[in-house]
Design a protein around this ligand. Structure first.
Ligand SMILES: NC(=O)c1ccc[n+]([C@@H]2O[C@H](COP(=O)([O-])OP(=O)(O)OC[C@H]3O[C@@H](n4cnc5c(N)ncnc54)[C@H](OP(=O)(O)O)[C@@H]3O)[C@@H](O)[C@H]2O)c1
Length: 247
């Protein structure tokens, strides 16, 4: 198959590209580093020529609902419009467990993105997963006061991005399936413990302190909204195994 990975240079995107190529698929990467800014819409038609399926794993670093909505509206609309024009037969979007129930902050953009895809013109698959193990790295350093790193109070059941990437390629090979079973990791952890362990394992000094975020977004992180339900598939790699393998 010819596959397009929007966000194919990102945390999970590059693993999707690797997994798809190792299974013999022809892969085109859409990202600014690869010369395609999807928000501008330019070069997207060209990139999707002859593509059978698109997976959208783009992202933007923001906690602002307005900024998140603007980004995901622009990326999703550009990919769906160009996909329709190019005859793409499958659009797979990766979202987050709980994002539609907690449409605040960054999740507002993800909820909007889900709506655009599921109501859109291209046959679709919606996969929701929990935070990746790699999320600990993404969170560390985002908010700092002097030597202290601040991390939101958050419950999570983190999953290895490599297992998410494998699931994505399975789903691309299977064809449009609508909303599929969520994927989570094998255990529940506190985000502050994940970030502390990641900081220790990578030789960072300084304290990591958990702070409750205000508003609905913060509440969703604390109250289990972003934890998996009972009908969720579970990955096998634990956070500590992932940390050990970082070397
Ligand atoms: N991280 C998690 O724990 C997690 C958990 C569940 C679901 N998700 C979802 O999975 C997706 C991927 O997350 P991630 O953590 O892998 O993201 P990431 O590491 O931040 O990577 C984002 C990707 O998007 C690309 N991108 C950003 N702006 C772009 C633009 N204007 N045009 C084209 N490409 C653009 C980036 O490449 P360039 O900078 O080169 O453009 C990069 O390849 C997101 O939708 C996220 O909501 C993430």
């Amino acid at each position: 198959m010819r596959l397009a990975v929007a966000g194919g240079t990102g945390t999970v995107g590059r693993l999707v590209v690797e997994a798809a190529r190792s299974r013999g698929h022809d892969v085109v990467v859409l990202s600014r580093a690869a010369g395609v800014d999807v928000t501008s819409g330019s070069r997207v038609d060209e990139a999707l020529a002859g593509v059978d399926a698109v997976v959208d794993v783009t992202s933007t670093a923001t906690r602002s609902a307005a900024a998140s909505e603007a980004f995901f509206r622009s990326v999703t609309t550009a990919l769906l419009d160009a996909g329709q024009r190019s005859g793409v037969g499958h659009h797979l979007v990766l979202s987050i467990v709980g994002a539609a129930q907690a449409p605040h902050g960054y999740y507002a953009g993800k909820a909007l993105q889900e709506g655009l895809v599921t109501g859109g013109p291209v046959p679709w698959t919606l996969l929701r997963t929990t935070q990746f193990h790699e999320f600990a790295r993404q969170v560390l350093g985002q908010a700092r006061i002097g030597p202290v790193d601040l991390v939101p109070v958050m419950r999570s059941a983190p999953v290895a991005a490599a297992e998410v990437a494998d699931r994505i390629v399975d789903l691309l090979e299977a064809g449009p399936a609508g909303r599929v079973r969520d994927l989570a990791g094998p255990e529940e952890l506190r985000m502050v413990d994940m970030v502390r362990a990641y900081a220790r394992a990578t030789g960072r000094h300084g304290r990591v302190v958990a702070v409750p975020l205000p508003g609905g977004f913060g509440r969703a992180l604390r109250d289990g909204t972003v934890l998996p339900g009972p009908d969720t598939d579970r990955g096998t790699q634990t956070f500590s195994t992932w940390l050990d393998r970082l070397g």
